[in-house]
Design a protein around this ligand. Structure first.
Ligand SMILES: Cc1cc2nc3c(=O)[nH]c(=O)nc-3n(C[C@H](O)[C@H](O)[C@H](O)COP(=O)(O)OP(=O)(O)OC[C@H]3O[C@@H](n4cnc5c(N)ncnc54)[C@H](O)[C@@H]3O)c2cc1C
Length: 216
């Protein structure tokens, strides 16, 4: 039976990021297992790659704080490792006057979150994005950017493996939970700490540990 101090189910961006933080804080023996034969087959490799910039979340929430910090930290990570980073910015436009109030609310929310946004007029919008149309005003978020999610996963995997502290098991599906081990399609894996980072499947993994419930 394989064993590790920390066993992480799911090699998406969360599983890899958690492993990275654990290694930084001294963990020395981690297994990350995934049912697929490589990285990025689910949300983390198939998303739009947008680094959101703190506009939408309610001020004061952890999500608002993390979104803004995450944007900055991921941009720095991409620059540090020469990974694709398209600093496109983003414009939020209105279809008609009825949406102007929402635009104002987004501006207030973004400002309260510490995000950088600017209310622009139609002329300024045309300079930034000639193909966009709005009614009177639009909101410009210069810090919104686009990354290549698969390139980020690949870089993180290589960094984690190079520490010698993290092993990746692919083609390994979580089947059931025991007190000190999990049963997988490749046999049992013993753990000191088990981390559920199985994305859209994480509710099923939680249920196997008796800490979630099925909706009818
Ligand atoms: C269409 C779409 C577009 C998005 N666009 C953006 C965006 O532009 N910007 C942004 O910030 N976020 C975006 N997101 C959200 C973002 O992609 C997710 O929040 C993030 O990828 C979740 O990562 P994760 O590691 O939790 O999940 P996942 O990437 O899904 O990873 C979970 C892993 O667990 C594995 N797994 C599942 N079940 C098992 C099992 N039984 N045994 C073993 N392994 C298992 C899976 O194979 C998978 O690799 C988007 C999401 C979607 C769906």
């Amino acid at each position: 039976m394989y064993t590790a101090d920390v066993v992480i189910c799911g090699a998406g961006i969360l599983g890899l990021t958690i492993a990275r933080e654990l290694v930084k804080s001294g963990a020395g023996d981690i297994i990350i297992f995934d049912k697929e034969d490589g990285l990025g087959y689910h949300a983390s490799g198939r998303n739009s790659g947008v680094l959101h910039a703190g506009i939408y979340y309610d001020p004061g929430t952890l999500k608002a704080k993390m979104c803004l910090q995450g944007n900055q930290r991921m941009q720095a990570y991409c620059e540090e490792h020469n990974l694709p980073l398209f600093k496109s910015g983003k414009v939020i436009v209105t279809r008609d006057e009825s949406e102007l109030a929402t635009l104002d609310e987004l501006e207030q929310r973004a400002t309260a979150n510490g995000a950088t946004v600017e209310m622009i007029d139609e002329k300024q919008l045309a300079e930034i994005e000639p193909n966009a149309k709005t009614t009177g005003r639009a909101l410009h978020s210069p810090l919104t950017a686009v990354v290549d999610p698969k390139a980020i996963l690949k870089q993180m995997r290589s960094e984690l493996e190079s520490t010698g502290k993290v092993r990746f098991f692919f083609d390994t599906r979580f089947l059931s939970a025991r007190k000190d081990s999990v049963r997988t399609s490749q046999g049992d894996i013993g753990y000191g700490l088990f981390i559920n980072a199985a994305g859209a499947f994480s509710d099923k993994v939680a249920q196997a540990f008796g800490i979630s419930f099925s909706t009818p």
